[in-house]
Design a protein around this ligand. Structure first.
Ligand code: PMP
Length: 766
């Protein structure tokens, strides 16, 4: 009996005697040279290699041999007992499992680079034919995943932090954002099937200008088919002087045999980059385990170099280059060039309409939590609370399109949509709020709320909260200190407007007093009412103060304030334009957090997910008292299309559990943000509930001296890194977070990582 158990296994299972030499690479592979002059490869299976994996590998190679691709493949040689795997128990009881493969002769692609045009094209053709041939494989366990699974590249996103160099981390953040925003949303619509999963430049053997063989089917799994090509491109362009030109050669040849769809072409570049990102992260992880294992790091520095180069290219430019030898024209119709458009805008749009960011963005598309600019760059939108259920949500879009094609009329006719929608909307509110008016914007809805309060009480005075914004019409500007005290404002315009202080737990007279602060701020409302000669018609307030700086009023505030207002015969109006529809996570309406019920609720922004509509909901009693004979009619308010859209929004919030998502992701984000306050003295306060969060920047934590310049710099820098945010509050020093409700924990983590780094970079802008 031979002493080497592997030789023993060879003899036992295959009747082969000869010599063994270990092959380079990650796995335990041996070259077997038999005494009869034949060469084989013996692959030992680790514990992680299940039998089904070996079956899949066998099926894949057999399918490719059947397809006659003209290349050599590592065919499994059955044991004497016709098994695909040989097993041997050694003397000490260890089980050795191995499979014998035919030896594939040739040199690895990576030993002869850069490649000729002919060889690149041959590679493209081989991959296309492999992709088609492998669709014949049927095995339930191809539906598996592993840490190289490109369709799940985002599993490595939380590990970006292990990379020490901040510039390299920034590159990875960008690449994962491309993966998340460009590739992943398209996966559901892409053709899938079993792929090799690791066509790297070590696994492709060449002779001359031809691909001679493909090795190592151990990563085979079900994936979008285009992932096969993307993986091959990631590695086979590593040593090319013009990697996209080389990629275009491969893609052109592939496309001639297996035409790519436009979506497949669009995701190719982000997927190539994602593969390199996964590779460098796994290398970094492995370095911590065994820094001397050379075979683990063969691609590492080359991959970093390419990632640095690729991260400077826009997704649109990359896709256009890669498509050069196909008939596809990605990213066509991006419209007028940005600089030209900015000039055009100056000529025909009012100068009082502003643009966000130092260098404005030209947006061409939105999906979910992402917006895409004309260069194909995606942005994580953490700012838009209008596209509540996600930009261009297909259910909402379809509902609008369907109704628009069927009937659009007005509330002077009977139609089901109006009452169905009103019923569903009021079902989200406390029972007494059961009667609706529909209009078209937040401003218009607040106007109507004010008119109702005045008509019902016969009074004109209004109590408003300092720094509040309620709309752009004349009356709304008059009750919006944010505007009348702000730039271009002329101060409190009329003696019917009375400003009460912000119930602010961070700044303000009763800061830091918790529950007592709520009562104290509420009592301030009472004392102001007592001071004014005519008792007011209404107290209007947001349920959480948004433009006022993402302020969460302390408990007991609304109850105390409402008691004073009602005790003096006034009505209480809650403006839920920014805060409603589940954003707070804990409640559907933000006023519910304090256990109060307003007399009138105003809704806007998210109600139509971007379609212009708004609502005022009140009690039957108040609505009847308002109905004094003057008809209320708003031409577009409550039209069938708006009702269909509003209904679809409510359906999505419920079906996709978006209120729960707001609670989960919001609290996760707050948890992740908390340590940043320890590290960055500029963070004065972090506050919020659900997906309504504010980060207040101060120059001094004692005096609370605001840091508006630094806040502006930060949001501009975040925008450069693909995150959209804005600042607000009376000192413009609060970073406002109010994203579409579909953001994920991964998005929140990415934001916190990038913010952390950005605050390190922060220096007073010049
Ligand atoms: N109320 C609040 C709290 C708002 O934030 C806004 C808009 N920013 C409005 C009312 C006015 O809404 P719209 O712009 O739809 O008229």
């Amino acid at each position: 009996m031979t002493t080497n158990p592997i030789l023993h296994l060879l003899k036992n299972a295959y009747n082969i005697t000869g010599t063994l030499s270990r092959l380079a690479g990650e796995n335990q592979n041996y070259l077997v040279e038999s005494d009869e002059g034949m060469a084989y490869v013996l692959k030992l299976a680790g514990e992680e290699t299940g039998t089904s994996m070996i079956e899949i590998e066998h099926l894949a190679v057999e399918a490719l041999i059947d397809a006659e691709l003209g290349i050599m493949l590592p065919r499994i040689i059955p044991t004497k007992d016709k098994e695909i795997e040989a097993r041997l128990k050694t003397g000490d009881g260890t089980l050795i499992r191995g499979r014998l493969l035919t030896f594939v002769n040739g040199t690895a692609w990576c030993t002869d680079v850069p490649a000729s045009r002919q060889r690149l094209e041959h590679l493209g053709a081989v991959i296309a034919r492999m992709t088609m041939a492998m669709s014949a494989i049927v095995h339930p366990d191809t539906h598996r995943t592993h840490h190289w699974d490109l369709a799940c590249a985002d599993q490595h996103r939380p590990s970006i932090g292990i990379i020490q160099d901040p510039v390299r981390r920034q590159i990875l953040e960008k690449v994962f954002l491309w993966f998340e925003a460009i590739a992943k949303p398209k996966f559901a619509g892409l053709p899938r099937g079993p792929i090799h999963g690791d066509i790297n430049d070590d696994n492709v053997l060449i002779t001359g200008n031809q691909v001679a063989g493909i090795l190592d089917f151990g990563d085979c799994l079900d994936n979008p088919l285009v992932c096969e090509l993307a993986i091959a491109l990631a590695y086979h362009t590593l040593d090319e002087p013009d990697p996209l030109e080389a990629a275009a050669r491969v893609v052109g040849a592939y496309h001639r045999l297996r035409p790519l769809s436009p979506d497949e072409l669009t995701v190719l570049f982000p997927l190539m980059c994602a593969r390199l990102a996964v590779s460098v992260i796994i290398s970094a992880q492995r370095r911590a385990i065994d820094p001397d294992r050379g075979s683990w790091f063969v691609s590492e520095e080359r991959a970093w170099k390419k990632l640095a180069q690729f991260s400077e290219i826009t997704p649109a430019a990359a896709a256009r280059s890669i498509a050069e030898h196909t008939n596809l024209r990605p990213y066509e119709n991006q419209g007028t060039a940005m600089a030209v458009l900015a000039e055009k805008r100056k000529a025909c749009i009012s100068p009082s309409m502003g643009l966000s960011y130092k260098v404005p963005l030209k947006m061409v598309r939105g999906k979910g939590q992402f917006l895409y600019d004309s260069s194909g760059q995606p942005y994580l939108d953490l700012y838009n609370n209008v596209c509540h259920v996600g930009h261009c949500h297909p259910h909402v879009v379809a509902a609008g399109q369907k109704q628009m094609a069927r009937l659009n009329t007005n509330t002077r006719y009977l139609y089901d949509g109006l009452t169905d929608y009103a019923g569903r909307l009021t079902a989200t509110l406390p029972g007494e709020l059961d009667t609706c008016f529909f209009v078209n914007s937040g401003s218009e809805a607040n106007e109507l709320a004010l008119r109702i309060a005045r008509t019902v009480t016969g009074r004109s005075g209004v109590l408003v909260v300092d720094n509040a914004y309620h709309g752009h019409t004349q009356a709304m500007i008059n009750i919006s200190p944010y505007k009348f005290m702000g730039k271009g404002g002329t101060g409190r315009p009329e003696d019917w407007v009375h400003v009460v202080p912000v119930a602010d737990g961070y700044r303000g007279a009763y800061k830091g007093q918790g529950k007592d602060a709520g009562k104290a701020y509420g009592d301030e409302v009472g004392s102001i009412i007592r001071k004014i000669p005519d008792p007011p018609a209404a107290f209007i307030t947001e349920s959480l103060l948004s433009c006022g700086g993402q302020v969460i009023p302390p408990d007991n505030y609304f109850k105390t304030a409402f008691d004073h207002v009602r005790g003096n015969g006034g009505l209480c109006i809650c403006d839920e334009v920014q805060t409603g529809f589940g954003r707070t996570g804990t409640h559907f309406w933000a006023f519910e957090r304090q256990g109060v019920v307003p007399d009138i609720v105003v809704m806007g922004k998210p109600i139509g997910n971007g379609h212009p509509m708004s609502a005022v909901v009140t009690s039957r009693k108040i609505a009847e008292s308002f109905a004094n004979g003057m008809e209320f009619f708003a031409t577009f308010g409550g039209n069938p299309v708006s009702c269909a859209i509003g209904m679809a929004v409510l359906e999505v919030i419920e079906q996709e559990g978006l209120q729960d998502n707001a609670r989960d992701v919001g609290s996760h984000m707050l948890e992740q943000l908390a340590p940043l306050k320890e590290r960055h003295p500029i963070i004065g306060d972090i506050r919020g509930t659900g997906l309504f969060i504010g980060i207040e920047l101060v120059l001094d934590r004692k005096s609370l001296l605001p840091a508006p310049k630094e806040a502006a710099w930060t949001v501009n820098r975040l925008k450069e890194q693909g995150i959209l945010l804005g600042t607000d509050g009376p000192f413009s020093n609060v970073i406002k977070i109010k994203p579409p409700m579909v953001i994920t924990r991964h998005d929140a983590q990415m934001f916190v990582r990038v913010l952390d780094q950005t605050l390190l970079e922060l220096k007073a802008p010049g």
